[in-house]
Design a protein around this ligand. Structure first.
Ligand code: PLP
Length: 452
């Protein structure tokens, strides 16, 4: 009791991401330990983590192999002077990552998180074009509803206005196309919607003049749009357009990477090879901050030259490629590949999707979408009309409360919720999670006065 009052005072001097502090202080959730699929708060209440923190703990919380690798690394070297050299473990990590990237995305730099990786890719693409005879190529096109990070450039690349409006003006040079989910009701099929939206990228490139466009930045599955899952053809069209106009296709796999879709990268799930993949989150299973940029090997040529030509990538971060993070990343990748976790995800994904589909009996579920065990459920007021819940009585808001009461951590937005259990989940975990989801959903429907 004494602690909670002290903690409440301390919380006043910090803030929780995207949350009103006064609201949070009414019932602050303070975690003190975690293991595998579970978290415990300071009152001893257990929570099932259905979203891996925030799509992070790919091997569950505190995975023993990663903890062990980090402990070992702490006794060797924890920082290699970044302007002078690189650590052996960082190179070992790179070698492992190279063995799992699609095709030749083997020009690699480790970073400290998703935003840093995307920000680096933006700068990398701009510098690449400047030194390969296309100095006017500086614009990026991404989708409305997308999220690419919290720094100024990554935020400007993002298309979700709620994350941006308080920080206007945005950086210039970041253009947007419509996300397929925003256009779906105007077309007779999802395939047709996707074709139209993919083609829009070419319309924008042509109207802006291809000589000014450096890159297309895209999340294979867009979380903040509600687990938007385009067709394979959508990405194939994007790939063809980008190649034809000499525009880099950059996949933001911060969220989708490292196994969640049943492949190491969603690029493989959608059968398309981008020019750059940016990763983060699951790469270290949340043990240490980590991200990585993986670019096509041929791009490195333009960054190699005589020292006097000054052609190196003029960019750096103090913690980039940190040895402790590299040890964690290496252990995560080894665990995924050596324990066939991708197969586990594919198997669990089929089962989980079928369980979530069963929620359609409540006639508030419009669609279950996603790949592997990264799945989202769209909530509507009525599946006959497919109308969303009106403002002020959003089911998602009620679900946030009931899930918390039931000890369930999910990603919940007003009109959808998402799960992404750790890759190591077993059938019993999926069952436990789905029972909690159903219970919480039923209670939420009750709460807003809906009919079951
Ligand atoms: N890109 C995507 C798709 C993300 O989901 C996130 C984080 O949620 C980021 C980029 C930014 O990553 P970070 O929060 O590690 O900077």
């Amino acid at each position: 009791m004494q602690n909670i009052e002290r903690y409440k005072e301390l919380i006043k001097n910090t803030f929780i991401d995207y949350k009103s502090n006064s609201e949070f202080l009414k019932n602050p959730l303070i975690f003190e330990k975690a293991e595998g699929m579970y978290l415990w708060d300071i009152n001893g209440k257990r929570y099932f983590d259905a979203i891996g923190g925030i799509y992070v703990t790919s091997l569950g919380h505190r995975p023993p192999r990663v903890i062990e690798a980090v402990k070992k690394q702490l006794d060797k070297i924890t920082l290699a002077p970044p302007l002078h050299g690189i650590s052996d473990i960082t190179l070992e990590f790179m070698e492992k990552l190279m063995s799992v990237t699609p095709e030749n995305l083997n020009y690699i730099k480790a970073y400290s998180g998703g935003s840093e990786s995307i920000e680096s890719a933006i700068k990398f693409a701009r510098q690449y074009f400047k030194q390969t005879g296309h100095p006017q190529k500086y614009k990026f096109i991404s989708n409305y509803l997308s999220y690419h990070g919290g720094t100024m450039a990554t935020m400007s690349a993002g298309g979700n206005s709620s994350y941006k409006i308080k920080f206007e003006p945005q950086m210039p040079g970041f253009l947007k196309a419509m996300s397929p989910i925003q256009m779906r009701d105007r077309f007779s099929s999802w395939e047709e919607t996707n074709r139209f939206c993919a083609q829009m990228f070419e319309d924008i490139i042509v109207n802006e003049m291809p000589e000014t466009v450096a890159g297309v930045i895209i999340e294979p599955i867009c979380n903040t749009g509600g687990i938007v899952t385009p067709t394979e053809e959508y990405f194939q069209i994007l790939r063809e357009i980008c190649t034809r106009h000499n525009v880099m296709l950059i996949f933001d796999e911060v969220l989708t990477g490292f196994g969640k879709t049943g492949d190491m990268f969603a690029a493989e799930t959608f059968n398309v090879t981008p020019d750059i993949i940016c990763g983060g989150k699951g790469l270290s299973s949340g043990v240490v901050p980590m991200g990585a940029m993986m670019a096509k090997e041929e791009l490195r040529e333009s960054f190699n030259g005589n020292p006097e030509d000054d052609v190196h990538f003029s960019h750096g971060h103090t913690y980039a490629g940190n040895p402790v993070a590299a040890a964690a990343g290496l252990a995560v990748l080894n665990e995924i590949t050596e324990n066939n976790l991708l197969e586990n995800v594919t198997k669990n994904g089929i089962y989980l999707k079928s369980k979530l589909e069963e929620l359609k009996k409540y006639s508030v579920v419009r669609e279950v979408r996603g790949k592997g065990t990264l799945l989202g459920v769209e909530l509507v007021q009525d599946t006959k009309t497919m109308k969303p819940f009106p403002e002020g009585m959003k089911l998602g808001n009620a679900l946030k409360e009931t899930a918390a009461e039931n000890g369930l951590i999910m990603r919940i937005a007003p009109d959808w919720f998402a799960v992404s259990p750790a890759l190591i989940a077993e059938k019993e975990h999926i069952d436990e999670m789905c029972d909690l989801i159903e219970k919480s959903l039923k209670q939420a429907i009750d709460k807003i006065g809906g009919k079951l």
